[in-house]
Design a protein around this ligand. Structure first.
Ligand code: 0O2
Ligand code: 0O2
Length: 225
């Protein structure tokens, strides 16, 4: 087994285990017939080529070492996609309450977006992996974002690759305004959801007690004024 393969194996195990656990959260909401704040979950081990690029960027040597493990906390990466911005806080709270992982850092790029326009909520966690040589605690990154944030980030990431990280000024500005448009879409969707929920509550209250301002007839049926 190669050095890198051996080094990356616990990361692969962590990604596989965490995918099962995080997808399990979604499944539990489904079983309880509750709207899931989690739409879908993806995960990956950072490809060697990306690890190499990151070591060049950070000026550290490209070799499997504890320094590398410490400097690159996203070798194991999970992504949780939500329908609504409000769902992100729900997911963050759910993760904070878990005992099988330890959150060591949180970065809120939603209220404070990155200069590129990127929005997402990041967590760095410590996660214990059981190996044949005992327990190993590794770092992993969980990115939590809406579908719209994910749409923007995925496309920007692939365009970024084409431009090798240096966008012409005009493209940069257009991507920033596209990110704002995606965020306005998220806000509008949240408003629509809230209004639908209020209407649903109104109608279920109406069914149970009848509206306070609509007097009941003696037969228990309501009469419009
Ligand atoms: P289901 O029943 O579709 O939810 P693996 O191939 O095992 O390493 P995984 O998790 O199967 O990994 O694949 P990946 O590529 O990480 O994608 C994770 C899940 O997210 C897959 O579903 C995809 O179908 C789903 N997915 C990806 N993009 C979207 C999207 O835009 N919308 C929605 N709703 N789902 C998406 P599962 O887990 O295979 O099963
Ligand atoms: P990949 O290919 O997704 O793995 P720092 O060095 O601490 O300042 P760092 O290490 O870049 O910052 O961490 P940060 O910014 O908290 O999060 C890094 C990851 O967030 C990136 O990983 C991307 O996945 C995502 N990300 C951050 N900024 C952007 C952005 O402007 N556009 C897109 N599309 N994604 C972004 P990698 O390793 O860069 O890439």
């Amino acid at each position: 087994m190669g050095q890198w393969e051996r080094f990356l194996e616990p990361y692969k195990q962590a990604v596989d285990e965490l995918k099962v656990k995080l997808k399990g959260m979604r499944m539990q909401f489904e079983i309880e017939n509750t709207n899931s704040p989690i739409e879908f979950v993806t995960g990956r081990v950072k490809p060697l080529a990306s690890i190499y690029d990151k070591t060049l960027e950070k000026g550290i040597s490209f070799e499997p070492s504890s320094q590398l493990a410490h400097e690159l906390p996203d070798i194991a990466g999970l992504r949780m996609m939500c329908q609504f911005v409000d769902d992100i806080e729900t997911v963050v709270e759910l993760l904070r309450s878990r005992h099988d992982l330890k959150i060591i850092e949180e970065r809120d790029y939603i209220s404070q977006e990155k200069p590129s326009g990127y929005r997402s909520y990041h967590m760095i966690i410590e996660y214990p992996v059981q190996t044949i040589h005992g327990e190993r605690t590794i770092l992993a990154e969980i990115q939590i974002r809406t579908l719209a944030m994910n749409f923007w980030a995925s496309i920007e990431h692939s365009l970024n690759y084409k431009y090798k990280g240096v966008f012409p000024e005009e493209i940069k500005n257009r991507l920033q305004s596209a990110a704002e448009a995606a965020f306005r879409l998220d806000e509008e969707m949240s408003l629509i959801r809230n209004e639908i929920q209020e209407a649903q509550k109104y109608f279920s209250d109406y069914k149970e007690t009848g509206p306070a301002d609509f007097p009941k007839t003696s037969g228990g049926r309501t009469k419009r004024l």
